[in-house]
Each structure stands twice: as structure tokens, then as C-alpha cells.
Design a protein around this ligand. Sequence first.
Ligand SMILES: Cc1ncc(COP(=O)(O)O)c(C=O)c1O
Length: 375
Amino acid sequence: MKPRTSFISKRLEQIKKANLYRTLVYNKVSGPYITIKGKKLINLSSNDYLGLNSTPTLSQIQSSSRLISGNDVSFKKLENNLARHKSKNAALVFPTGYMANLGAISILTQKNDLILSDEFNHASIIDACRLSNAKKTIYKHNDVSDLEKKLRKKAQRKFVVTEGIFSMNGDFARLDEITKLCQENNAFLLLDDAHGDFVAGKDGKGSADHFRVTKNVDIYTSSMSKALGVFGGYIAASNDIIDLAVNTSRPFIYTSALPSFLADMALKRFLSDREKKRLELWSKIEQFSKGLQSIGYKMESPSQIMPVIIGSERKALEFGKYLKNNGIFAQPIRYPTVSLGSARIRISVTNWLSEDMISKALDIFEKAGKKFGIT
Ligand SMILES: Cc1ncc(COP(=O)(O)O)c(C=O)c1O
């Protein structure tokens, strides 16, 4: 039996045979010059038409696609680190996490394939599925039996797509069981770890590491705008998948590169002492969650994302307004971000919160819970 990834190398071979193969060449742009492998060249491939980026503060903005002249050397170090972080051979930075999802899903899935997507997946996954020619099926949220049943459908290749920590519920995908099902059914697993990355697992390696199944995820997508507090997205996968992304991923090729100062900043944050902050965050999560439970809220989320389910959209808006009037900002989340009738206040706990802030917030939540009949 051919390895299930053979279609990727086959497509790369076809691209090479047609002389259409592209590789990323790292460079450094400075005013009208570009330096490639130590050689300073006059840059006739820039979109900086007015020459405005020559001012020192803007000189790290490349204003071009990464396959043209936007591939600053900063990306190389960042991508090597991100690949290692996810225990993969390679990584590729996209301008946003949204685009990383569009890119990853569209390059891999084809007409006779089947995408199995969790019903609570983020809008960027939904949009990526809409762009793909593959058949799509939605499985019930985190429901392993429903996924198992749907994996029995016939298809050329199967791709399961899930978030690691769900952005509006805060629960972990059941990755121990999902990875097992993928293996049994020869299905690929794509994990969007935007909210688990740098938060869950040893050293913040993410939600798959939390379940000790890192190696069983085929493709990771993530965002550097959440726990890393910077901007940009990335995918981490095998060399062939990253190579295919460089060559065929439209949200990577046909857009300007992430400004290199953001790549530099992301690397700096990545290499900083995150672990201490991460451990502090988890103790604050526990404190906040226990605090909410002690004042009558039914809290099920095990992570930094804690939804207080209100139900009615109008009541959620009023609840949010009450919080705001009392010095607390926690956004009401309504349809279409969540289903109709399941409006909620989405609390996200951060390491910024001091003991005082947590106790003030709990005090207001206690009053709000009684006022709106939630607790
Ligand atoms: C689960 C999930 N995936 C992807 C994204 C997109 O990330 P970015 O903000 O970097 O585009 C988000 C952001 O809201 C998200 O919650």
C-alpha cells in the first residue's frame, strides 16, 4: 500500500516537471537594495512605489509577497523555532491565523476527499472548507461516536479538522480519542491550536502535547496573535506539506508578507521566559474558575476561556452592559459566532489579572448572576 502522503510528493513532482517549482529565498531589504546571500542588488521587485519604507521606523516592512522580495531572513529563524515547538520538520508563517487555515485546508483537500469538521470550529475553518472542492461533513461537537460513524463514509482521502481549545467554549478537543480514530481510519488530522498554543501542554507546546499525542497530528495551524501577543499565523507540518504550501497556497503566495518586525517580535516573545507566566496563568485560571463556581456559576471549561452561558441574546447584551457599567469588560457573544439561543459572556483569563482584579470581577459577577437569574 502506498503511504497516505504519497499524493503530496506526487504533486510536488508534477510542479517540478513543469518548471513551476518555487523555493523561498531569504533576503534583507534596505531602501532600494535587497541583499541575498550576502550580495547587495538593486531591488526591482518591490511594491514600495513611493519609497516610503526608507524611513528608519518603517524599514522593516517589505511590502511584497514572500515569493517576490518579502522573504526577510527573520522568517527563517522564527519558522525553525516554530517547527521544533510543534515537533515537525517545517513551519510556514502566514500573515494571519485565518489565512493559515485557508491555506492549509485548501492545498491538501481535493474533489473526491472528505473533510470532517467539528460543528463548533472557528469561522476561518468554515471558510477554508467552503473554499475547498472536497465534500464536507460536520460532526457533533467533540462527539467521538458521531465522528467515528462519519469516518465510515467512502472518500479518496479523509481529513479531520478540529480546534485544540475551542474559542467560544474553552473545552479541549478529545485529541486522545480523535487521533486514535484518525489512525484507525487512515485519516489526516489538522489541528487549529490558536488558543491552546503557548498555553497548554509542557512548555506551552499546545493542546496535542496536553494529551501526549503531538506526533499524531499531521498539520498544525495556529496564531501568534493570542498567547504570544504579537500578530500573524503559521502552519507546522512535514517538509513536503510546507513545500506544497509555498508552491500552491494562495493565501500565502498572493498576499504581502507579515512585516518582518512582527516576525522578529514573535521570535523574541517565543524565546522569552514564557514558562513562568504560563504556570502563573494556570493558577489564575483555577482561582477564577473556582471563584465563579463558589458564587453559583456552573463552570465546565478547563481552560483560560470560560463562557458564562446566558441563552437569550437580549439578556446577554444586558448582562454585558451591567458588567461594563460596573468596571468589567467581558464581551457578550451571540449568533452567528455561536448558535442562536446560546448567547454567552466570554471570559478570557489572562496573566495580567491581579488578586484584586479577580476578586473585584467575582464580586460583580456575583451581583450580576443574581440580578439576571443566572446563578
Ligand atoms: C480558533 C481560531 N483559529 C484561527 C483564528 C484566526 O487567527 P488570527 O487572528 O491570527 O487571524 C482565531 C482567531 O480568532 C481563532 O479563534
